[in-house]
Design a binder for this molecule. Structure first.
Ligand code: ATP
Ligand code: MG
Length: 140
């Protein structure tokens, strides 16, 4: 398919004032494009959680979003510490967030489960000491 729109975002590390900017920008662009509201909602939730994780657990990173007529593909890549046990990290309620992060309202351990729930497909590629790349797709 030719008509693919690609959007790129840098996610800054440890900047909570800006965390969520990329996902809210994608949300408004998809709305403007007339993408169906349910798909927009799924993308906004799944991408927000991934973006916040990059800020909290990695040192920021890069997000690429490809919008095609059939799906929205999000690739979230960071060079953080990696996830040692993905099955464990995927469990609802599991979190390694430190107390100062929890006091800001994060750390319920619901981000990854919700990314899985709100995307139609999710693949986690992670290596300890190298980084994490999460690819999510939402069908339009
Ligand atoms: N990009 C990442 N790099 C390294 N570790 C990660 C990354 N994303 C998630 N994790 C690990 O997986 C755990 C679970 O992530 P999840 O998003 O479900 O919960 P949380 O971020 O701790 O809390 P919440 O998302 O509910 O605020 C994290 O606590 C962290 O240990
Ligand atoms: Mg999270």
């Amino acid at each position: 398919m030719d008509d693919v729109i690609t959007l790129n975002y840098e996610v800054s590390p440890d900047d909570f004032t800006r965390a969520g900017e990329a996902s809210s920008d994608v949300k408004s662009k998809l709305k403007q494009m007339g993408v169906n509201p349910e798909a927009v909602r799924k993308v906004a939730i799944a991408m927000y959680e991934g973006e916040i994780n990059m800020v909290i657990h990695a040192e920021g990173g890069r997000i690429t979003v490809e919008i095609s007529p059939s799906e929205i593909k999000m690739v979230l890549a960071d060079k953080g510490p990696g996830i040692p046990d993905v099955d464990l990290a995927m469990q609802a309620g599991y979190s390694t967030a430190p107390d100062d992060i929890r006091s800001l309202g994060f750390g319920a351990g619901m981000g990854l489960p919700n990314m899985k729930k709100y995307s139609d497909d999710m693949v986690i590629d992670t290596t300890v000491g190298v980084g994490t790349t999460i690819t999510m797709r939402v069908t339009i």
